[in-house]
Design a protein around this ligand. Structure first.
Ligand code: HEC
Ligand code: HEC
Length: 452
């Protein structure tokens, strides 16, 4: 038998103060012996139950982290929610012809059966990428893209992997040529974006503004109008790819179902077990994970230096310090000529980004939705599993000392093995069913993108 104690919701409370009136949410399991007492942080003694979260602050934070709505509108991409564009984007996502060697597609490093990550420490395309591949599931919720936030939209990011010699080693002229020459892709593209005012035969084989000398020289020989038309195709391909990626949703998690039950007065008891609930209470309480992994995405969208140890012999990655410069200089940013809202909110934010020494070594707080599916962890993939991550937060062993510009944000949590287990158990409740991947991949897609 379950006993439900309804949450008292005051109807006219200011946002943010809602649920402060919650006294307790107790679910009494059949075994019925979970009602020990434990001291809360400020010394007050709160009743504790195996399935109950009794601290109103913890409860309020937890309920504010669910559910994850649809991704926010992207006014810089007029095609963000256009199904035809998403379909074109899906086809391009799996197409290895965008790469220099014809073998690497987006799906090589963002594999459908690996939660759109790749399971590797550092991604492998033509070479080994500088960082670990983040998941694309629910990624459309971010404001800044990549670990260092060097792109301010999903579409604007597209040219980076394509032209990165370690990733796809292709170039923008190749993208334009493919969209002109492949009849199916061309038909779909022109139906959405209009005719491409370029002739494939007139385009140099390889040309790009930055990279190897012959390609750069070929690019510089093109008339500015042609360069602009090629860039336009790349931006539109990016907008299609973004429309596809916006459809990659993690879906409702066990944590969401718990939150839903609790918020309508249930106890959520059957959704999460005792260890998961203890992990939840740590996450939103004492362990203060919630400080940065906040809101329904479990990310504040900001950049922090948590000082993860650097592998010997490798230079430290400057992270946001460089990312803040790159996003401002980006031809494909929200404020640029290929944006559909160059005076909008994101454009204003991007123009206002400052390069701050405090951002040295800072990385965007990753989402924790789906985190059970996306090992290894961190921007450099250096932590093989969740236990290693939690052990790091517990001891801060090997943590890189911050320099004098920076404020220390973390202190060692000194978790006991049981607490580490509980936190891990909670983190594993944050995965939903994931995107529907059957029938997603076009039958003719080639390239390396299956997990063997
Ligand atoms: C060789 C592996 C590789 C390939 C191929 C690749 N990516 Fe990535 N992707 C990465 C890595 C690594 C990062 C993180 C880069 C960083 O932060 O510096 C990333 C980041 C991203 C992000 C940012 C996600 C976020 O949470 O901010 C998006 C979006 C993305 N890739 C989409 C694509 C698309 C679309 C393609 C194909 C055009 C593609 N990727 C091809 C490895 C790859
Ligand atoms: C000060 C902000 C902050 C706090 C507090 C914080 N995190 Fe993080 N977390 C980050 C950042 C930033 C990263 C990425 C760091 C990097 O790659 O260098 C990260 C990475 C992670 C990852 C790896 C995710 C991935 O996809 O690679 C996990 C798991 C994680 N944190 C869980 C937690 C837990 C659990 C707590 C509480 C014990 C916590 N975090 C507290 C900011 C924070």
């Amino acid at each position: 038998m379950k006993v439900f104690l309804p949450i008292l919701l005051a109807s006219k409370m200011p946002a943010g103060a809602f649920l402060l009136c919650v006294v307790s949410v107790l679910g009494c399991g059949d075994s019925g012996d979970g009602s020990a007492t434990s001291g809360s942080k400020d010394g007050a003694v709160a009743p504790r139950n195996e399935f109950g979260v009794t601290d109103p602050v913890v409860l309020r934070r937890a309920l504010a982290s669910s559910p994850l709505p649809a991704p926010p509108a992207d006014s810089t991409n007029r095609y963000a929610d256009d199904p035809e564009a998403a379909e074109l984007g899906r086809m391009i996502f799996f197409d290895p012809r965008l790469s220099g060697n014809g073998e690497v597609s987006c799906a090589t490093c963002h594999q459908p059966d690996r939660w759109f990550a790749d399971g590797l420490t550092k991604s492998k395309g033509i070479g080994i990428a500088d960082r670990h591949s983040p998941t694309l599931v629910d990624a459309a919720h971010h404001r800044w893209f990549n670990w260092d936030g060097r792109s301010d939209s999903m579409w604007g990011h597209t040219i980076r992997p394509i032209e990165n010699p370690l990733e796809m080693g292709g170039d923008r002229t190749m993208v334009a040529r493919l969209l002109l020459e492949d009849p199916d892709l061309n038909g779909r593209y022109e139906a959405i974006f209009g005719a491409i005012p370029l002739v494939a035969a007139d385009l140099p084989r390889r040309a790009r503004p930055i990279g190897d000398l012959p390609s750069v020289e070929a690019w510089e020989r093109l008339a500015p109008l042609e360069q602009d038309r090629i860039n336009r195709v790349v931006a539109n391909v990016g907008k299609s790819l973004a429309a596809f990626q916006r459809t990659l949703r993690g879906g409702s998690t066990r944590f969401d179902r718990w939150a839903e039950s609790v918020s309508i007065g249930g106890d959520g008891g059957s959704m999460l077990d005792a260890s998961e609930i203890r992990g939840l209470a740590l996450f939103f309480g004492e362990a203060e994970c919630w400080e940065c992994h906040s809101g329904p995405l479990f990310s504040d969208g900001e950049f922090h230096n948590i000082g993860i140890p650097v592998a010997e012999g490798l230079p430290r990655d400057p992270g946001r310090y460089d990312g803040s410069l790159l996003v401002k200089e980006d031809l494909f940013n929200a404020a640029g000529r290929y944006s559909d809202d160059a005076e909008g909110r994101q454009a204003i934010l991007s123009r206002g980004v400052k390069r701050d020494p405090e951002a040295w070594g800072a990385f965007r707080t990753p989402t924790l939705r789906g985190v059970g599916q996306t090992a290894p962890y961190m921007h450099d993939g250096s932590m093989p599993d969740l236990e290693s991550v939690l052990r790091f937060y517990s001891t801060l062993e090997g943590a890189v000392q911050l320099d004098h510009h920076q404020e220390s944000v973390l202190s060692a949590l000194d978790l006991d093995p049981g607490q580490i287990q509980d936190l891990e158990a909670f983190l594993r409740t944050l995965s939903g069913p994931g995107p529907e991947i059957e029938s997603m991949e076009p039958p003719h897609a080639g390239g390396r993108h299956r997990s063997e």
